[in-house]
Design a protein around this ligand. Structure first.
Ligand SMILES: Cc1cc2nc3c(=O)[nH]c(=O)nc-3n(C[C@H](O)[C@H](O)[C@H](O)COP(=O)(O)OP(=O)(O)OC[C@H]3O[C@@H](n4cnc5c(N)ncnc54)[C@H](O)[C@@H]3O)c2cc1C
Length: 419
């Protein structure tokens, strides 16, 4: 066989494959698992939809708008902002521009001081005018989220009570030691769009990408592991196959092993505890995320079926409680912590009916993104010959990073092949 081989059928590989096929190349994707999607996967069981770890799609990400048919995904959106929860107390902090109904609650929220609420509006205005690519790629000095907040005059209280749980949930790093570019980019995107999940679960995203790739002529082979990559051939499950070009779109560790290129090696994981509660016990926080302002046990709880009713059978609510890192605690103990935390947030009602459904432990969700991390990431054209890299690890850890990397990798390979 000749043609182009894409190793890995995650978001990046699927996008790269489609763009290459659209330029007239003969493209085959080899995916190690039994289905495509990589880190974006969903399991359905007994009428519930369990994403592989709580995750959302920001519909304002430029690459999301470019690569996906969002209407076909039937997106279900969270309300802007969040409910800040601590024992005996819950309060709303929202975006008055996008959620005017929550203006009074937001103004009178006593967790966060007025001066910080005004600073949020100033930051919103500052970032509204910024070019997204310049936020992530620009040559401003790098700093942590924590120091970028301090430099902008935000109080420690604001950092601890809102940013730590909210962006800790996005970066899986509640210490706010991640590069501030990630915070600024996602803050801008949330000001301009919504956090959503597809009605059929997050896996609907790679499913759509795979359909589009097949539509462009791509062949996708699952249960097929790429074991070695040469300039003109790949070895797949002990068989050597000729290739005019190769896109290595695996996870960063495997990409490093296959190409010899340095890839980021730090890992951030999480565990999501899925529970159900009868619909007769509403949590009254609507479609807002519940943030733990006190600690990370759990860091946040999402009422998924309030946002996407399709995620739970009739009469039941599906809640997703996320713990950062990969806790050593067993599933039962994590569930008990979730129940205890929820009952401390809701002393006026019982959560005795809370039932443990499933725990998703994801040891590798993201790589470390400390200040300046972008300078250490490999370029798509780092390998020699007709071999290029795709994957979030060539840009930054997100659906945006993965989708964008696929397009860039395809263009890079086309240039190398003179197509
Ligand atoms: C729990 C969790 C929550 C997240 N939350 C969000 C969120 O809310 N918003 C957001 O934007 N991003 C989120 N992310 C990050 C986002 O999902 C990833 O950045 C993105 O999916 C990475 O895609 P990728 O294609 O670069 O890599 P991957 O998804 O890792 O895909 C790599 C693919 O290569 C395959 N592969 C590996 N080795 C081989 C081999 N030798 N041969 C063949 N195939 C191979 C793998 O099986 C996999 O399918 C989250 C991730 C996780 C896990």
């Amino acid at each position: 066989m000749t043609g182009v081989v894409v190793a890995g059928g995650g978001l990046a590989g699927l996008v790269a494959a489609r763009h290459l096929a659209k330029s007239g190349l003969d493209v085959t994707v080899f995916e190690r698992e039994s289905s495509v999607g990589g880190r974006v996967r969903t399991t359905r069981e007994n009428g519930y939809t369990f994403d592989r770890g709580f995750q959302v799609l920001f519909d304002s990400y430029p690459a999301v708008r470019r690569e996906l048919d969002l209407d076909a995904l039937s997106l279900r959106a969270f309300s802007p902002g969040a409910t800040l929860a601590r024992p005996g107390k819950r309060s709303v902090l929202s975006d008055p521009f996008r959620d005017p109904g929550a203006l009074t609650e937001t103004l009178f929220n006593r967790e966060i001081r007025l001066a910080d609420k005004l600073r949020i509006l100033r930051l919103r205005r500052e970032l509204a005018n910024a070019d997204p690519a310049a936020i992530i790629d620009g040559d401003r000095p790098s700093r942590t989220i924590e120091s970028s907040l301090a430099d902008r005059g935000f109080s420690r209280r604001f950092a601890e009570r809102f940013v730590a749980p909210f962006y800790g949930g996005i970066t899986l790093d509640r210490s706010l030691s991640t590069d501030a570019r990630v915070f600024e980019y996602t803050f801008k995107m949330l000001g301009e769009g919504r956090a959503t999940v597809p009605a059929e679960g997050m896996e609907a995203i790679p499913r759509q990408l795979a359909e589009r790739a097949r539509g462009a002529g791509v062949r996708i082979e699952t249960d097929a592991t790429v074991e070695a990559v040469e300039a003109d051939a790949v070895t797949v499950d002990d068989e050597t196959i000729g290739a005019e070009g190769v896109v290595v779109a695996t996870d960063p560790k495997t990409a490093g092993e296959l190409t010899g290129v340095d890839t980021p090696d730090g890992t951030r994981g999480c565990a999501t505890v899925y529970t159900s509660l009868p619909s007769s016990t509403p949590l009254d926080t609507g479609k807002r995320l519940l943030l733990n302002v006190v600690d990370d046990r759990p860091n946040q709880v999402a009422q998924l079926s309030t946002v996407a009713p399709e995620y739970a059978p009739a009469g039941e609510q599906l809640l997703a409680a996320t713990f950062l890192g990969v806790p050593e605690t067993d599933d039962e103990a994590l569930f008990e912590e979730t129940r205890d935390t929820l009952s401390s947030w809701y002393p006026e009602r019982t959560v005795a009916d809370l039932e443990h459904l499933r725990t998703e432990r994801v040891p590798f969700a993201q790589f470390d993104q400390p200040p300046g991390f972008r300078a250490g990431l490999p370029d798509p054209d780092a390998p020699d010959g007709q071999v290029v890299l795709a994957g979030d690890y060539t840009r930054w850890c997100s659906i945006q990073g993965a989708l964008e990397s696929g397009r860039v990798a395809a263009r890079t390979l086309q240039d190398r092949m003179g197509v």
